[in-house]
Design a protein. Structure first.
Length: 102
């Protein structure tokens, strides 16, 4: 049975702008991962950003061309990618939790 309860997450960039992310479902994430690769199997930054903005960033709807700052565009796309793949966002990792020298 398909899961139609897609979880959402609100993020705030270093510039203070807020975006709402919505998980598109596992099947759609696998399809996006397939689409972002070039003919050599290497991820394309432009394709990743296009996929994240089209299928994951739901509020406000944005495209690459809507950003004036490359750094913020990459930050939003990365946070969206971390969200859908379940990868810990390095900006949200508590350095105290990652310290094994105690």
């Amino acid at each position: 049975m398909a899961n139609t309860n897609f979880k959402q997450k609100e993020i705030t960039t270093k510039a203070g702008k807020t975006y709402t992310l919505q998980h598109p479902g596992v099947r759609n994430v696998t399809r996006m991962n397939d689409r972002v690769k070039n003919k050599h199997g290497v991820n394309s930054e432009e394709k990743i950003c296009d996929e994240m903005f089209k299928h994951v960033v739901v509020q406000p709807k944005v495209t690459i061309d809507d950003f004036e700052d490359y750094g913020e565009m990459v930050e939003v796309a990365n946070k969206a990618f971390y969200f859908v793949t379940g990868t810990p966002d390095p900006d949200e990792v508590d350095p105290e939790e990652d310290n094994d020298d105690k």
